[in-house]
Ligand binder design. Structure first.
Ligand SMILES: *Cc1c(COP(=O)(O)O)cnc(C)c1O
Length: 447
């Protein structure tokens, strides 16, 4: 049962099949090139696509647009202190802005950053500072078998291997991404957070938490770690961030806003450096590239994110979509993570080889069959990496109903029924930067 009801709605419609066929071809079999109006159910991302509450909209109207020292910034700062336990916060236009501000202040050329798994923009910002991004995931085989209770964990064994390889002085930051977005949104345990913090201390590195989905991670800890079964969610949320020297945050995730982000730090000198970088790249440090109203939306959203039952319902909705797909024999990563269901396209289309992008074929067919937009996160998005051929179905927050989930599952079942009809795809045009190709490359079916 949802603990909220609709007050304002937006209409969506399934375009006729003929239209879907035409626009898919025109889009070069790349759903990033589709107009949103041609999409019925949009599972491309959960980033900034959720529904704001009436309290958030009310706060938007109260936004104070003063350039410096606005009332909205004060409220935002107090909320971050309350909900996340950090007093020194620098707002930014979104999560990657926070990464640019913090990593620019922390990293030097040739430094090494360890992470359970770097999210794309995190990796790009680490690399952009001339540093090396190394992943140390505890779980590396994220396919359809059950991946375990806290499959997003950091492996300190791998961390020590990296220290040996690069030298302790080079490793200047250890990052923990909670939940682990690039590892199918799997959670990180409280014990692993502490262990990773101790590891960072031991090697004298700054311990950073990428807190984008901190509320979802807290809920998993509450559900899966008996020690926290009776602890209020808001306390778990704060406690998991306590060991961190700094956090980066995208307001488009667990601040339930459509735009925004921030970094927050403990150290006064680091705070000063971050503020100076913010002035250069984002804006004066009391607005950071945002309007006062955006700060208000984030402040209200942050509190809602750790208020039961919101996040329990969210995780439950993702699990329900997973169950509906599994009931129809669609191979998915289990248990489902916090924000998305991942389909194993290689298992669904065993006859399509990896170099013909089975995941992208699945993305195309989910759109063609049911107007459902998803994203490939396999060989097409990550060339030359040997990743599993996963397709992500990300659920926007507080946005879709159970009937929509049923439509998604029925669409996937129809695609499965026709799987013998599909060939692979080949790229016919791609942009110069291979890392960014899945956003704009064009493909055609292999003859
Ligand atoms: C979305 C995301 C980011 C980047 O945030 P943006 O607001 O998209 O710039 C960083 N890390 C993780 C884990 C994310 O999910």
């Amino acid at each position: 049962m949802r603990s909220y009801k609709a007050k304002s709605v937006t209409s969506i419609q399934l375009p006729p099949r003929e239209r879907r066929e035409t626009v898919l071809t025109e889009a070069g079999h790349n759903v990033f090139n589709l107009a949103a109006d041609d999409v019925f159910i949009d599972l491309l991302t959960d980033s900034g696509t959720g529904a704001m509450s009436d309290d958030q909209w009310a706060a938007v109207v109260r936004g104070d647009e003063a350039y410096a020292g606005s009332r909205s910034f004060k409220r935002f700062r107090e909320t971050v202190a309350d909900v996340m336990g950090f007093d020194r916060v620098v707002p930014t236009h979104q999560g990657r802005g926070a990464e640019n501000v913090l990593f620019g202040a922390l990293l030097d050329d040739g430094d090494v950053v360890l992470n359970n798994t770097h999210f794309d923009t995190t990796r790009a910002h680490v690399t952009n500072q001339g540093a090396i991004a190394a992943d140390c995931p505890a779980e590396t085989d994220l396919t359809t078998d059950t991946v375990g209770t806290f499959a997003g964990n950091f492996s300190t064994d791998r961390g020590w291997d990296a220290v040996e390889e690069h030298g302790q002085d080079a490793v200047s930051a250890v990052v923990l991404t909670i939940t682990n977005n690039s590892a199918a949104g799997q959670p990180v345990s409280m014990a692993n957070i502490r262990e990773t913090a101790a590891f960072a201390t031991e090697i004298d590195a700054t311990f950073v938490i990428d807190a984008c989905r901190f509320a979802e991670n807290a809920q998993f800890i509450k559900q899966r770690d008996p020690e926290y079964a009776d602890t209020p969610l808001s306390e778990i949320a704060r406690e998991q961030l306590r060991p961190a020297d700094a956090i980066t945050m995208s307001g488009k995730k667990d601040a339930l806003a459509n735009i925004g982000g921030f970094t927050a730090v403990r150290d006064a000198a680091l705070f000063e450096q971050c503020k100076q970088r913010a002035i250069l790249y984002e804006g004066f440090p009391t607005y950071g590239g945002l309007a006062g109203r955006d700060l208000e939306a984030m402040a209200t959203g942050l509190r809602e994110a750790v208020q039961p039952p919101y996040v329990a319902e969210r995780i439950e909705q993702v699990a329900t979509l997973g169950d509906l797909l599994r009931d129809r024999d669609i191979p998915i990563v289990t248990p489902t993570g916090g924000h998305a269901v991942y389909i194993d396209a290689a298992a669904l289309f065993p006859d399509i080889p990896a170099d013909q992008y089975p995941g992208q074929r699945l993305v195309c067919e989910l759109y063609r069959e049911g107007g459902v937009r998803t994203v490939e996160l396999g060989s097409f998005a990550f060339p030359g990496t040997n990743r599993p051929e996963l397709v992500r179905l990300a659920l926007p927050r507080r946005t879709y109903w159970h009937e929509h989930l049923e439509h998604i599952a029925e669409t996937a079942a129809r695609v499965r029924d026709r799987r013998d009809e599909y060939s692979g795809l080949e790229i016919v045009w791609e942009p110069p930067m291979e890392e960014l190709r899945h956003f704009s490359a064009e493909l055609e079916p292999v003859a």
